[in-house]
Design a protein around this ligand. Structure first.
Ligand code: HEC
Ligand SMILES: [Cu+2]
Length: 336
């Protein structure tokens, strides 16, 4: 056998090993998770199993456009998933439970339905919460506790002439005993608060300013910044950068027929609507924080509004709610 012939045989054998062995090797260790736009199936697989306290190795690739991966309610960096490339990621879950993972890139019209779940079993590795095999009890949302019908119309019958600003509180609020607690703030719509203030000697303008002041007292600059960032990433495409319901996806949303939505999880029988205009005072001043949070958590409504309950933490949803009111109220620096 000639020398060159031997080399080519070795190369062929090596080639066969790579073609057959390498995929087998990968297949047997960590399955590759394929990402495709929702219309073509989204994540495959879309259910992943893991054990609490043990590292979970994940491999991703995209079969079409650039997607992203993140797990809801988890402090982690998003990773990009590129077509034809493999992205590796290792995660460890402290607590058992059902986690939602989702695409973080606007990959197409039905991007928001590109989600899957990670079932984490085992007992908690965190001794302070180790109550057997059960996942952490999910906290009951406020709108449920209040038995609030978040689907009922909630237009405010009266709205201010000018944008309320909490600034004039100095003159008016000082002698009044105004309830600034979060219980009071979260359970009443701005219009309801305005109404309840009618027993005071304040003018209508002053009453709206007090309403704005109560909102401001229940949030912080940091919360508004965080809410604004979450909004820009997750909501602006539909509701618009400036809250006017005119995001880049707004027109397309209405154009999407029911038929194309039917194949997707949780999207059955959807009637697409224009996203809510958060700059509309009639709509926003008639909605309590509890109601807005409920809609964010639950989504659905038979419209194109996605559900975010498994994506955001409690704090994040309240930051979003506070941010939504900033389309109505002017936030004033505390030292002004
Ligand atoms: C895919 C498009 C889309 C995205 C993304 C989206 N929304 Fe919506 N949203 C809608 C539609 C459509 C409605 C329902 C319109 C209606 O009920 O009149 C809606 C309604 C709402 C309402 C109800 C307001 C009310 O007065 O009843 C709130 C609150 C809301 N969205 C907040 C958000 C937040 C916060 C985000 C981001 C975390 C978000 N939405 C992302 C489309 C979207
Ligand atoms: Cu996507």
């Amino acid at each position: 056998m000639k020398h060159s012939e031997l080399i080519s045989r070795i190369l062929i054998i090596a080639g066969i090993f790579l073609a057959v062995g390498a995929p087998l090797f990968f297949w047997s260790s960590t399955p590759l998770i394929h990402a495709q736009v929702s219309e073509n199936g989204g994540w495959n697989p879309d259910v992943i199993k893991a054990n609490a306290g043990e590292p979970l190795h994940l491999k991703f690739t995209s079969d079409d456009v650039v997607h992203g991966f993140a797990v809801g309610q988890m402090d982690m960096q998003n990773v990009d998933i590129l077509p034809g490339k493999v992205t590796d990621l290792t995660l460890t879950f402290d607590k058992p439970g059902i986690y939602t993972f989702f695409c973080t890139r606007w990959c197409g019209l039905n991007h928001w339905w590109m989600r899957g779940i990670i079932e984490v079993s085992g007992s908690s590795s965190d001794p302070s919460t180790s109550s057997g095999q059960r996942p952490e009890p999910v906290s009951v949302p406020l709108y449920v506790t209040l038995d609030l019908d978040i689907d009922a119309p909630h237009d405010a019958p009266v709205v201010p002439i000018n944008q309320p600003s909490s600034i004039s509180r100095q003159q008016s609020v000082a002698d009044l005993s105004i309830d600034l607690s979060s219980d009071y703030y979260r359970t009443r719509s701005p219009h309801q608060v305005f109404d309840e203030l009618s027993t005071t000697s304040l003018s209508e303008t002053q009453r709206w300013d007090v309403v704005a002041y109560i909102w401001q007292s229940n949030t912080t600059k940091e919360s508004l910044i965080n809410g604004g960032q979450l909004y820009a990433q997750n909501c602006a495409a539909c509701h618009g950068e400036n809250g006017a319901g005119d995001g880049v996806f707004a027109d397309d949303l209405q154009a999407v027929g029911e038929s194309s939505m039917q194949t997707m999880t949780g999207a059955d029988n959807m009637m697409m609507q224009a996203p809510v205009d958060f700059t509309n005072p009639t709509r926003m001043l008639g909605a309590s924080p509890a109601l807005l949070q409920g809609k964010i958590l639950r989504g659905g409504m038979g419209t194109g509004m996605p559900m975010w309950g498994t994506i955001f933490t409690d704090e994040q949803t309240w930051n979003l709610v506070a941010f939504l009111y900033s389309f109505q109220f002017e936030y004033q620096g505390v030292n002004q």
